[in-house]
Design a protein around this ligand. Structure first.
Ligand SMILES: C[S@@+](CC[C@H](N)C(=O)[O-])C[C@H]1O[C@@H](n2cnc3c(N)ncnc32)[C@H](O)[C@@H]1O
Ligand code: SF4
Length: 380
């Protein structure tokens, strides 16, 4: 782990207008009534309580994720952002990201979110094809997505687009065209994710019933390779497995906080946090249900239901998992607790899965395709 005092703040807003059939995030159908306002107030109180724990830190990033935080009242987002800025010392280049779904109703409020202090929008476009959007159970069509992307580019200095590929039957050439169309929307950052069938989701049940089959490993690998090639040709750097940036400044500072092992406060239902307190890396986890989270904040101040120290091996394992995802890799010194035999590293270098670097473990592009195998062999 790094020793810097830089801090990220993650805020989980769990409500969604509709629950997508592939999604296993901590999400709840949007509520009317008082619960969302009570949650926003509890999040501010939680930030105040956790600032007492962390002490003064430089605030590098605020990330409002979900769920669908673009459904929240922009005035609540303004309160939450103002609280974080007041409680820690904002860096000159503080990144404030909001995740948004591309419906017209949400796009109409982008200006208000920008006025609340959001300077980076992460838009869940997912696809630019109506049939694919229907398959994914989305509540917007491609034309609405394009309108929202345009509104986002006008309202925010920084824009990132999420896409989901490796959909059943997806042809590589059609995906490459769709990706080029997304690149044409002018975002500085793109996150194309391979569709993952998560246990317990509606898609998991559909695949078990035989309703559809995801692409086989060869077809998925071909789609992954096409993704890398199209984005590289357009000048995007693959600085992480599924994250591509037009310039170094366009990388997600927030995700780099996770991947580089820096500290982050996690608030909101189900949020994870990682805090180094008195030299010990600690993992926090908040209650998943909004009502339980609000009750916890009312009782104890901070919203986390657990705060546990990570032992040296667990902390090193985390560093390995995230470090291998990014091009910069992870310093060998940070994973010393795993006691990886040098011969094991030499073997993976010889296979072309790790770069030949005496200081750091860095996955090669081929290694990043086989991350599960790499981490299994290194953290055995
Ligand atoms: C936490 S979601 C929030 C984004 C926002 N609510 C939306 O749906 O547009 C972040 C991103 O994860 C991706 N994602 C979620 N579940 C996925 C899955 N099972 N397979 C691939 N990508 C997934 C989607 O691209 C999504 O935009
Ligand atoms: S993908 Fe986004 S909108 Fe859909 S359920 Fe997950 S968080 Fe909600």
């Amino acid at each position: 782990m790094t020793t810097s005092s830089r801090l990220g703040v993650y805020i989980h807003w769990p409500y969604c207008a509709r629950i997508c059939p592939y999604c296993d995030f901590n999400v709840f159908k949007q509520r009317r009534g008082d619960e969302p306002a009570a949650l926003a107030a509890a999040i501010v109180a939680d930030l105040e309580a956790q600032a007492v724990l962390t002490g003064p830190r430089e605030l590098a990033s605020i990330f409002l994720g979900g769920g669908t935080p673009s459904l929240m009242d922009p005035a609540w987002a303004a309160d939450i952002i103002a609280a974080a800025r007041r409680l820690w010392s904002p860096a000159a280049d503080l990144e404030v990201t909001l995740e948004a779904n591309p419906t017209d109703a949400e796009a109409a409020r982008f200006e208000a979110f920008a006025a609340a202090g959001v300077n980076r929008l992460s838009l869940g476009l997912q696809a630019l094809d109506d049939a694919a959007l229907r398959f994914l159970g989305r509540n917007h069509d491609a034309a609405t997505g394009l309108r929202a992307a345009g509104a986002a580019a006008r309202a925010f200095p920084r824009l990132s687009l999420d896409l989901i590929y490796a959909r059943p039957g997806q042809a590589t050439a059609a995906w490459a065209d769709e990706l080029r169309a997304a690149i044409g929307l002018g975002a500085e950052h793109l996150s194309p994710y391979q569709l993952t069938i998560e246990a317990g989701t509606a898609f998991d049940r559909a695949v078990r019933r035989g309703t559809f089959a995801p692409p086989d490993p060869d077809a998925s690998a071909e789609l992954f390779d096409a993704t890398q090639a199209v984005l590289e040709a357009a000048g995007f750097e693959a600085y992480e497995v599924s994250n591509h940036a037009r310039t170094a400044a366009a990388r997600s500072r927030h995700n780099l906080i996770y991947w580089q092992g820096d500290d982050y406060v996690g608030v909101g239902p189900g949020a994870h946090g990682r805090l180094t307190l008195a030299g010990v890396r600690q993992a926090t986890l908040a209650a998943a249900r909004p009502a339980d989270y609000v009750a916890r904040v009312a009782e104890t101040g901070a919203g986390f239901a657990s705060r546990e120290p990570l032992d040296a091996r667990e902390a090193a394992q985390e560093r390995l998992l995230s470090g291998l995802r990014i091009t910069g890799g992870v310093a060998l010194a940070e994973v010393a607790a795993l006691g990886i035999p040098p011969a094991q590293i030499a073997h993976l270098v010889a296979l072309g899965l790790l770069a030949d670097d005496p200081e750091r473990l860095r996955a090669t592009p081929a290694g990043r395709l086989l991350l599960d195998r790499l981490t299994r062999e290194l953290a055995a």
